[in-house]
Design a protein around this ligand. Structure first.
Ligand code: GTP
Ligand code: SPV
Ligand code: MN
Length: 584
């Protein structure tokens, strides 16, 4: 047994050990020696492969099981005493039934294995925003990823002291059996249990499970917010930095926007973009304003599509001390994925099979990922480790919509902005198992991540707004609108800065807008096109609001709201009625 001073922690570890029967229990202290020994052990068993250490120092490759490549939303549950607390969107299981089932699955699951105890802090250790988690896992891959993604080790136990205020996370790989894969959350017990998976979002329990599902529940009770948002800062030539938080669904462009390189016209004037976070924001009210931190310490980013042009900062971040998952391993022992650059002639694909570029199959999985330390990112913000966070000037929602949503629009006010967030919809991606490209409603990009009844979550957003003297303006963007040939009509990536500049100008009352049925639209000529092969007419098309499509969307939203059986806040149903009137 470990000799830990914290009684609640010792007791829980003993209970779990009695259930799972590991051969050994190892405390992760955060030291480089220990982590290095674990890397070596993982390489000796084939769990990791060491990449070329001259070209990619400190970098490793991992392949998950073929049946285990994405989050499994249909096997993710919120276990609250009543179904009503979890709401109509979450899968629900009654806690005692869930524990009974899980105890059966975890029993003896670590026989012959080592159980690692990972003390970790979400956000800067000991800071006002920080929350502590302990993950027990039998996977070295999880330990090494958590070591990159969070702040790990003895320093966390020092801050925890004798307190029982920590989130318990238990993970066992077991048989990677899809039929018995469960990602279970017990918000009232500060507990997460995950079994039969080894894929990121299912097993790095500090990320979606804690920092969104459990934290959203805590945030509602404690008066703050946990959101699926990137945070970026835009520095103007005078050196002032304004911060924006943006919520897009999984694989819809958060990492790319968070690290964007401004187009030349802005670079030449002295504008800079700084990344504070690329996936999760914890937001608190202070002095009547919203302040945000990124609770993570690394990036678990989508590999495909990342290249020197689309996201040079992300690519640079992966050049050392990074774990690649489910990408191609090349003959020269480096990595490749679709969209990185010219394909290598041959390699080993994400399944571990010999692969060549003419086979007509993808070498990397569409949801292959890199786990890179935030400090590697060339544009990481100076405020990244600021325990107080950064003040938000604007909140942006967005999704993948081939049609309907214009390039950008602004909500009339906070209440309407909450409505706009609640009305988000997006085409599904490879980040979760299931069909890809199907439009589904995904309020605030939190559909798979809200740890309680989403109707109450909407109310929480409305309540937060009432506490703000001068709430940030709320916007909606869509980088993914297509033209008549089905091509993206907006260049996206770095050029999204052109839209962010309009957003900041609006936030500061410097730009004009046109009132439309859905909100304030830019004047097409106010989107800066210098250096782009686009006309004002093209922008007009991107900003076009088609009332017939919006009527369909309003009907789909009405159906979505109806699932909540009258619990949607009256303010939002009123906003929906007003929208219907305006577009009819
Ligand atoms: P998660 O990590 O799953 O939460 O994803 P994310 O929201 O961080 O998405 P990410 O930035 O990794 O982008 C996902 C995919 O969308 C990648 O293949 C990108 O190349 C693509 N993408 C990102 N931004 C844009 C854009 O502005 N335009 C277009 N057309 N594609 C984009
Ligand atoms: C997402 O799916 O939104 C991700 C990756 O950021 S995961 O950690 O798998 O959730
Ligand atoms: Mn995400």
């Amino acid at each position: 047994m470990l000799n830990l001073k914290n009684e609640a922690l010792s007791k829980w570890i003993e209970e779990v050990a009695a259930l799972t029967c590991p051969d050994k229990i190892v405390l992760i202290d955060g030291s480089e020696e220990q982590v290095e020994a674990l890397r070596a052990e993982a390489c000796s068993t084939g769990e990791l492969e060491k990449l070329d250490q001259d070209k990619l120092p400190g970098c490793y490759l991992h392949r998950t099981a073929v049946n285990d490549v994405a989050r499994v939303e249909h096997r993710t549950f919120i276990c609250t005493p009543t179904k009503e607390e979890a709401g109509p969107i979450n899968n629900w299981m009654e806690p005692s039934e869930a524990y009974k089932m899980l105890n059966g699955l975890f029993a003896g699951s670590m026989k012959g294995r080592t159980m690692y105890v990972i003390p970790y802090s979400m956000s800067v250790v000991g800071s006002p925003f920080a929350k502590i988690g302990i993950e027990l896992t039998d996977s070295i891959y999880v330990v090494l990823n958590m070591h990159i993604m969070t702040r790990v080790g003895q320093k966390v136990l020092d801050v925890l002291g004798e307190s029982a205020d920590f989130i318990k996370g238990l993970h066992a790989r077991k048989d990677i059996d899809e039929e018995n894969r469960y990602i279970m959350h017990f918000p009232q017990d500060n507990t997460i249990m995950s079994v039969n998976s080894g894929y990121g979002g299912n097993v790095l329990l500090g990320k979606k499970c804690f920092a969104l599902r459990i934290a959203s529940y805590l945030g509602r009770n404690e008066g703050w917010m946990a959101e699926h948002m990137l945070i970026l800062g835009i520095e103007n030539p005078e050196g002032e930095v304004k911060y924006i938080a943006a919520a897009f669904p999984s694989a819809c462009g958060k990492t790319n926007l968070a690290m964007l390189i401004p187009p030349e016209i802005y670079r030449n004037k002295g504008y800079k973009v700084w990344c504070v976070g690329d996936d999760i924001a914890w937001i608190r009210i202070r002095d009547g304003k919203l302040w945000a931190v990124n609770p993570e310490n690394g990036f678990f980013g989508v590999a495909p599509g990342t290249n020197a042009k689309s996201n040079p900062n992300a690519l640079a971040a992966t050049m050392k001390n990074t774990i690649f998952t489910n990408v191609v391993k090349t003959e020269d022992n480096t990595v490749w994925w679709e969209g990185l650059g010219p394909a290598p002639e041959t390699g080993i694909d994400w399944k571990g099979n010999p692969w060549n570029k003419d086979m007509g199959i993808k070498g990397a999985h569409p949801n292959s990922r890199f786990t890179a330390p935030a400090e590697n990112c060339p544009c990481i913000s100076k405020e990244f480790n600021n325990p107080d966070g950064v003040p938000l000037s604007a909140i942006v929602f967005g999704g993948r919509r081939a049609k309907t949503a214009p390039l950008v629009y602004e909500a009339f006010d906070w209440q309407h902005g909450v409505f706009v967030g609640s009305a988000m919809a997006s085409e599904t991606t490879a980040a979760a198992s299931g069909a890809v490209g199907v439009v589904r409603r995904d309020p605030m990009a939190m559909l798979p991540f809200c740890g309680y009844n989403m109707a109450n979550y909407f109310q929480h957003w409305l309540d937060i707004g009432k506490k703000l003297e001068n709430p940030p303006k709320i916007f909606n963007v869509n980088w993914f609108r297509t033209d008549k040939d089905g091509h993206f009509a907006w260049p996206g990536f770095g050029d999204n800065m052109r839209v962010l500049m309009w957003i900041l100008d609006r936030a500061e009352g410097k730009a004009d807008a046109v009132e439309s049925a859905i909100g304030y639209l830019p004047k097409a000529e106010d989107i800066n096109l210098d250096g782009l092969d686009m006309t004002v007419e093209d922008v007009k098309n991107l900003l076009d609001v088609d009332n017939a499509l919006w009527a369909e969307d309003a009907a789909s939203l009405e159906e979505f709201y109806a699932k909540f059986e009258g619990k949607i806040p009256a303010e939002l149903t009123e906003e929906l009625e007003n929208l219907k009137k305006r577009i009819s």
